[in-house]
Design a binder for this molecule. Structure first.
Ligand code: SDX
Length: 393
């Protein structure tokens, strides 16, 4: 029994830890952050308000939210020496390893906020990460296109500032389309946490050694990079582009997936927990229709995605395996319509997931009972045997 919840013994055996942050019912397709349904947060909240909710456990009053927003605003700049890190990366570096390297390096610039048991230092790391990750992400993009970096403009909101640093140029004024800003803010809310997924479990496991927040989050960014996890949104667009290249032949592609030809998978489908439609995918699909309409997105590719979804959801192969669209199936179409290159898609996932990672790291530091224990194993190797000198082997 944990709190009011009596757990089925079978579940307890598989559960890696307990947590009071996010609740998922995979069969019913339910997702709640601190008890609030994702549908209500996506409709009424903002990314910063949801970040506050995940990290501190309650929705902020307006005064609390204003104060939180102001603290973050004052930490969006990177140390000039950290900015020089970007000179050292090759031009074609993928932005995800750039992100994890820069985040890990933050622990060398802020050695005054590494103690996981000092509340003031934990607060400083929290604010610095929420404030600086968008700047780091924008600079990783600017490096990849050989354009000058823009300093943050703290008169703007977090998401607006990120878009300006990403797409703005010193040579001309830039203010992001409000449709784009609102859609990206909502996408960040939908990615903000997701219980014990691969990257969050990585953050908790690394943090369980009392590694500092920057080091733990850097490890989570590396876990997210994997194509079966956060890298899936990039893989979905590459999959859809491939189908379009073959004349939009969805049936041939589905046949290849069912025959497991070359290990090809229907990227953006399936989930370790959801054996129903991912509630986030339903919201994102609606946003895709709205945003692509307004921003003039790739309707042909959206058409292929919808045809693929329809084809799969009417096919026993996918229905029997309970494979439904997940959070990654439609996001890439929106990101591309916003002007992001495919390689930035997983970076956007990391920006959204950051408050969840921070919330889990803080929860575990505060309450060791929520720690992921040291995993044991079932040994399947050789039985004991005596050493033999090389001359006798
Ligand atoms: C995310 O955990 C989280 O919460 C993650 C996430 C988050 O917010 O953090 O939700 C974000 O990572 C979403 C998932 C993004 N990944 C993809 O879209 C990649 C494609 N999906 C898969 O690789 C797969 O579905 C997983 C890894 C996501 C989940 O795998 P499962 O559900 O554990 O299924 P499985 O690997 O045990 O496979 C069961 C069967 C197998 O077929 P059989 O051996 O029984 O014949 O289903 C098949 C698999 O081959 N299968 C797929 C498939 N996913 C599973 N077949 C085709 N296409 C797929 N996508």
């Amino acid at each position: 029994k944990i709190g009011m919840v009596t757990l089925d013994p079978g579940f307890v055996n598989t559960a890696s830890c307990s947590s009071g942050i996010t609740y998922i019912d995979g069969d019913a397709g339910i997702l709640r952050y601190r008890g609030y349904p994702i549908e209500q947060l996506a409709e009424h909240s903002t990314f910063l308000e949801t970040s506050y909710l995940l990290i501190y456990g309650t929705l902020p009053t307006q005064t609390e939210l204003d104060e939180f927003t102001d603290r973050i605003r004052r930490h969006t700049l990177l140390h000039e020496d950290l900015k020089r890190f970007f000179d050292g990366f090759p031009r074609d570096a993928h932005p995800m390893p750039v992100l994890s390297s820069a985040v890990s390096a933050l622990s060398t610039f802020y050695q005054d906020s590494l103690n996981p048991f000092d509340d003031r230092q934990v607060e400083m790391s929290t604010i610095r990460l929420l404030a600086k990750l968008p700047t780091i992400a924008a600079y990783a993009y600017k490096k990849s296109v050989g354009q000058p970096f823009l300093y943050p403009d703290n008169s703007m909101g977090l998401v607006e500032n990120f878009l300006r640093m990403t797409f703005g140029l010193p040579a001309e004024p830039y203010s992001p389309d409000p449709v784009l800003t609102k859609a990206l803010d909502q996408l960040f809310i939908l990615h903000a946490d997701h219980e014990q997924n691969c990257s969050t479990s990585t953050v908790r496991l690394v943090g369980s050694s009392q590694a500092n927040m920057f080091a733990s989050i850097s490890a989570g960014i590396n876990a997210l990079f994997g194509p079966l996890h956060g890298g899936a949104n990039q893989a979905v667009l590459e999959m859809l582009d491939g189908i379009r290249h073959n004349g939009g032949d969805v049936d041939t592609f589905v046949r290849k997936v069912k025959n497991k030809e070359d290990g090809v998978k229907l990227m953006g489908f399936g989930h370790r927990v959801y054996k129903n439609y991912d509630p986030r995918a339903a919201i994102i699909k609606k946003t895709a229709d709205e945003v692509l309409g307004k921003l003039g997105g790739d309707d042909e590719l959206l058409g292929i995605a919808k045809a693929l979804e329809e084809r799969a959801l009417s096919d026993d192969y996918f229905v029997q395996r309970k494979l439904y669209p997940n959070v990654d199936f439609y996001t890439g179409l929106i990101y591309r319509a916003m002007g992001f290159p495919t390689r930035m898609f997983t970076v956007l996932f990391a920006l959204g997931r950051l408050p969840g990672w921070i919330a889990h790291w803080r929860e575990m530091m505060k309450d060791p009972a929520t720690k992921i224990g040291r995993p044991r194993q079932v040994y399947t190797g050789e039985p004991e045997r005596a050493y033999v000198p090389a001359s006798e082997r």
